[in-house]
Design a binder for this molecule. Structure first.
Ligand SMILES: [Zn+2]
Length: 309
């Protein structure tokens, strides 16, 4: 999910049914524990060191000058570390999206992607729609939802759709310690492996909120795990409420293709589910009118034998 996708989901059991709820902010427990050991602590640390460096640089004496240089060096080092930790993944995200836009336009493609599922109701409805249109999509599954809906995960896979991972607990890689975000990624892969009865250990990956830190980015790159952002947001998690369900279709037409982001977890407000279905339907209608061919991410990435690697 993107910077604009500020949704956090939580599972509750109501009347024996698992209900996935949507939150515009993280639950208090997640916020407090996350920030306490957050990577954002680096920001504070760098700020403190930078201030001390400035103070140190103000001394005139020999000892003071030496201290000033030392603090200045420490401040510069901290800022460089911060830039690398957050800035490099940010730059990678922009490059990844630029590359996706180039691919879809060159190949005249539309890739439908569904995040945060599977949801018991909406995912099934989406599968019916896709089957009726003969279209394959990419499902970036949330590990904790996978654990609850293993049959549904196997059904998605059996239908020929592409399975991707969206971590296990949807942790924000900038708001938790790097080792926690890394563990969340690996746990998400394991959940899918368990559901499918495989030991693949890697699937196309979409970072929650679109955020990676340097550690998670390096892990994914070293493991050669495809990182899949998006180029068009359907707007189904907009904090300003639902807008035009033809938004994704119009943007796909204007751009000449796109990787469309939508969400298939069940929500308490049913109009969101209908919005997603209408949005996907409109996007597929428009794709047909414009000659854009729906495909999965793997088909986009390797468009034929000897295709792009
Ligand atoms: Zn998400």
């Amino acid at each position: 999910m993107s910077r604009r996708c500020q949704t956090v989901v939580r599972r509750d059991v109501i009347d024996g049914n698992v209900v996935v709820s949507e939150f515009s902010k993280a639950p208090a427990r997640l916020r407090s524990s996350g920030f306490a050991r957050s990577s954002l602590a680096i920001v504070g640390l760098a700020g403190i060191v930078a201030c001390l460096g400035l103070l140190g640089a103000g001394y005139r004496g020999n000892v003071g000058a030496a201290l000033g240089r030392a603090w200045g060096f420490a401040a510069g080092l901290s800022l460089a570390a911060l830039l690398a930790y957050l800035g490099v993944p940010w730059a990678y995200c922009r490059w990844n999206q630029w590359r996706l836009r180039r691919w879809v336009v060159q190949q005249k493609r539309v890739v439908l992607t569904l995040d945060d599922g599977p949801g018991r109701q909406l995912t099934r409805a989406v599968l019916e729609l896709l089957a009726a249109r003969g279209v394959k999509a990419v499902f970036f599954l949330l590990g904790r939802n996978v654990r609850e809906n293993q049959d549904l995960v196997r059904h998605i896979h059996a239908q020929g759709h592409e399975i991707g991972s969206h971590t296990y607990d949807h942790l924000h890689a900038w708001k938790v310690a790097p080792w926690r975000s890394l563990a969340d990624i690996r746990r998400g892969f394991r959940a899918i492996d368990d559901a499918l009865g495989t030991r693949a250990g890697r699937y196309p990956f979409r970072p929650p909120y679109g955020k990676l830190n340097l550690m998670t980015l390096l892990y994914l790159l070293v493991k050669r795990i495809p990182i899949v952002y998006w180029t068009i947001d359907s707007g189904d998690t907009s904090r300003r409420g639902l807008g035009d369900n033809r938004r994704a279709a119009q943007l796909s037409r204007a751009a000449g293709g796109g990787v469309v982001l939508a969400h298939d977890f069940d929500r308490q407000a049913r109009e969101y589910n209908q919005y997603v279905l209408d949005s996907l339907r409109a996007t597929l209608d428009t794709a047909r009118e414009c000659g854009l061919q729906p495909c999965t991410f793997s088909q986009l990435r390797t468009p034929g034998k000897g295709g792009r690697r």
